[in-house]
Each structure stands twice: as structure tokens, then as C-alpha cells.
Design a protein around this ligand. Structure first.
Ligand code: GAL
Length: 418
């Protein structure tokens, strides 16, 4: 992992004065997050209300910009200034990096008292523990490799949701011929990378995804299979509308909702938008995993508690950590967010068929060795390596770059980023 700059580490040292858990301070927390869309905002509001109900004073610090890249810059600036927020929405290798730099509070006490080990799957524990101790509290499990489809629009060309990439292309060609936008898409690097990784999974397969995007195997990255991935990405580029550049992901979801486009490839935070608009799965929209051999691209959001001074802030951190992984909140939050609970013991009763499919597919993928971390959403990769993948995927998508050239650039970029 890329080491933090000396300035950042010393700023962390200055800000770090972990005192014993306070006895009677009023809990307070400034919370840095990037959940600002309809479904995301409702989910955050549920946490704010649960925190306030326990006497907590929530100081909201939202940073607009799906995918979180804008927030990451704000976080580094705050830490550099020796003024980190108490709680921050981060995940994957970023948690490990901040923990390695000594920036994160140890949540072992809350974890032990709430028995987190007994209710969190290994895949999640591995994300939120550093050197065996909990340094973040997981909120959910999002799945990335989804197609969100409008059944009425598909019916206009006599199509159903594609189950193979050949079917996807054939359906998209029919939609194009009928003057219908096949793929609603937001032209932002992280969204291009989201589509890219589902194509890697589908065209290359689970083992190829693991070799190329997780293990950074140079032969896989430079292979003919990766050429085929970019060939498919070139087709995908032909299926989006001319106004896609810069579009926010939730506006693309709204296009599917309104029947202006047939499908969107996006993580299931998109389901939070359908839910916020009162749309019903199986009726107003269909959820289907993107074509692959039982793959599951996992993205899990967490809150890390940064080392801060003040009994009220430390009390706020402990209360947030306790609330976030509580069974009641795990249901309320994830119903709004479109994700599934991080805890394995939450009743399925309130969840829809898409969530149940995600729960079942995650278990079978974990059992079958096909559960993979999302690169685009900072589980399999973060920092410069993730940035290299995103740069090449988005450069290819937004130019007439050949597949061969994209592969050559990808190999060079990943080598440089390590
Ligand atoms: C992801 C994040 C999700 C969702 C999405 C769009 O990276 O994990 O919770 O917010 O970005 O902003």
C-alpha cells in the first residue's frame, strides 16, 4: 500500500489523544459521508434519527459526488489539518491504510460487547479489522453486478432481461433500431469503471477477474481476454445516449424509471432510488445480475471512527458503532439504501426479492469461491491502482482507442501504480 506522506502521519499523531471511554459525556459526532441522492439521503436520515433518539448530537458533513472520490479529497485535507471528522464513511483497503497510519480508534470494546464476531461473515470481518482488531463498523453489503431494467421498455422490442452478453448486445441492437436508449449511463470515471468490472467478470470469468483485478497478474492484464473485454466496452459505448457525459448515477436510474432507457448497470444503491420513488421490483423494474458464472461483486460500506479529542466525541463514536450494527438499524438502513445487512442474523421478512437474491447469491458465491471484491468501489483495490484501472477504462470509453491500445496502456498504468 502506498505510504502516507510524513505530513499526514504527523498530523494524525497530533490529533491522536485516545482517552478512556468517557462516563457521562453527551454523545456528539461530525459524520463525513457522500450519501446525498434520494435513497442514500433517506438511509443517512435513519442513522441521524437513531443517533438523536439516544441523545446524540449529529453534525452532518455530506460531500456530494457518487462513488466517494470527492469525499476522499476532503478527508485527506481534514486529517492534514489535524482536524479529522469523528466518523467517516470509508471502506476496503482505505480502512487498512488509515489504520496503518494510526488514524483510527480501536472499536474492540463495542465489538466485544455486541458480539460482532458471531454475526459478521468473514468477507466483512476481513475488511473492517486491522491486525485482528475492529477499526470500522460495517453498514451493509452492496452488490455491484446488477442490471436494472424497465420491463415495459424491453417489451417494446419483445425482449426480456439478458442473461448472456450476446443476448445483451442483441437486445441493445433491437432497442437502438427502435429508437430506444438501451443503456442509461452516467459518464463519470467511477461509473465507467463499474460497467468495466462487470464486463471483466462476464467476458473473462471469475478466475480471470481475480487474476486481473485482484492479483494484478500482468499476463491476465495484457491477455487476449482483456482485449475481448475492451471489445465489449466499445459496444457498450454505442448503447448510451449522447447526453451521458457527466450525468450523475441516480439521474441514469431515473431514466430507466421513466422509461426513457431500457437498462442501467449499477450497484444496488440504484434500488434505493426505485424504493424512494415508490417503485416495486418485479413490476415497475426488474433486477438481474449481469451475465457471469455465479460471480458476485461485493461492495461494503463502513464507518471508521477517527482518533479525536473530547469525551463527547468519543461517546458519540461508541454510540454510532453500537447503533450501526444493531439488528433494528441494519434492517431500517438497508431497506432505504438498497443493500443487504452486514449482519447475517437479520430477519429477511421486510426485504424484497432483489435483496433476497443478493443474500442467497452472496452465500453461494462465498461457498463456491466466486465472491469477489469490487475494484471500482474500493474493495479489491484502492488508491493509485484503482485509479489506474479507472483512468484506462474511462479513457477508452470516451475515445476511439482500440482494444489492443487500451490493454497496452492498462499494463503500463498498473505497473506504474504499484
Ligand atoms: C458507492 C458506495 C454506495 C453508493 C455509491 C454511489 O461507492 O459504496 O454506498 O453510495 O457509491 O454513491
Amino acid at each position: 500500500m502506498k505510504p502516507f506522506s510524513k505530513a499526514l502521519v504527523s498530523a494524525i499523531a497530533l490529533a491522536t489523544a485516545v482517552t478512556a471511554a468517557p462516563l457521562k459525556a453527551d454523545p456528539k459526532a461530525e459524520v463525513l459521508h457522500y450519501w446525498t441522492s434520494g435513497g442514500e439521503a433517506k438511509a443517512v436520515k435513519a442513522l441521524q434519527e437513531a443517533f438523536a433518539a439516544r441523545g446524540g448530537e449529529w453534525v452532518d458533513a455530506p460531500v456530494a459526488g457518487g462513488g466517494g472520490d470527492a469525499q476522499a479529497a476532503v478527508l485527506r485535507a481534514r486529517v492534514l489539518a489535524g482536524d479529522p471528522p469523528a466518523a467517516v464513511q470509508i471502506k476496503g483497503p482505505n480502512i487498512q491504510e488509515w489504520a496503518e497510519a494510526g488514524a483510527l480508534a480501536d472499536l474492540s470494546n463495542v465489538a466485544a460487547s455486541q458480539n460482532w464476531d458471531a454475526v459478521l461473515p468473514d468477507a466483512i470481518q476481513n475488511i473492517v479489522k486491522y491486525e485482528g482488531n475492529y477499526v470500522a463498523v460495517p453498514v451493509n453489503v452492496h452488490r455491484v453486478d446488477w442490471i436494472w431494467a424497465n420491463p415495459e421498455v424491453l417489451a417494446k422490442v419483445g425482449a426480456s432481461v439478458p442473461t448472456t452478453w450476446d443476448e445483451f448486445n442483441a437486445t441493445a441492437d433491437k432497442l437502438l433500431a427502435a429508437g430506444i436508449i438501451p443503456l442509461a449511463h452516467g459518464g463519470q470515471p467511477w461509473q465507467d469503471a463499474t460497467v468495466f468490472e462487470t464486463v471483466v467478470l462476464g467476458i473473462g470469468g471469475v478466475d480471470f477477474y481475480r487474476k486481473a483485478l485482484v492479483e494484478l497478474d500482468m499476463d491476465a492484464l495484457g491477455s487476449d481476454t482483456m482485449v475481448k473485454v475492451f471489445d465489449q466496452m466499445r459496444k457498450m459505448r454505442g448503447y448510451v445516449d449522447p447526453d451521458f457525459p457527466g450525468r450523475d448515477w441516480n439521474l441514469a436510474t431515473a431514466m430507466v424509471m421513466r422509461g426513457e432507457a431500457a437498462m442501467q448497470i449499477m450497484g444496488d444503491w440504484a434500488k434505493g432510488e426505485f424504493a424512494a420513488a415508490g417503485k416495486m421490483p418485479g413490476k415497475d423494474y426488474i433486477c438481474a445480475s449481469t451475465p457471469s458464472e455465479n460471480g458476485y461483486l461485493l461492495n461494503s460500506d463502513s464507518f471508521a471512527m477517527f482518533n479525536v479529542k473530547g469525551d463527547d466525541l468519543i461517546a458519540g463514536q461508541n454510540l454510532l458503532a453500537e447503533l450501526i450494527l444493531g439488528t433494528e438499524f441494519q434492517e431500517t438502513f438497508n431497506l432505504f439504501k438498497g443493500s443487504i445487512p452486514a449482519r447475517t442474523d437479520v430477519s429477511r421478512g421486510a426485504f424484497d426479492d432483489c435483496a433476497i437474491k443478493s443474500m442467497d447469491d452472496m452465500v453461494s458465491a462465498a461457498d463456491g469461491g466466486t465472491l469477489l471484491g469490487s475494484m471500482a468501489h474500493e474493495i479489491a483495490q484502492a488508491g493509485a491502482v484503482r485509479g489506474a484501472f479507472i483512468d484506462i477504462a474511462t479513457a477508452h470509453f470516451n475515445s476511439d482507442m482500440s482494444s489492443q491500445e487500451a490493454v497496452e496502456k492498462l499494463v503500463k498504468a498498473i505497473k506504474l501504480a504499484q
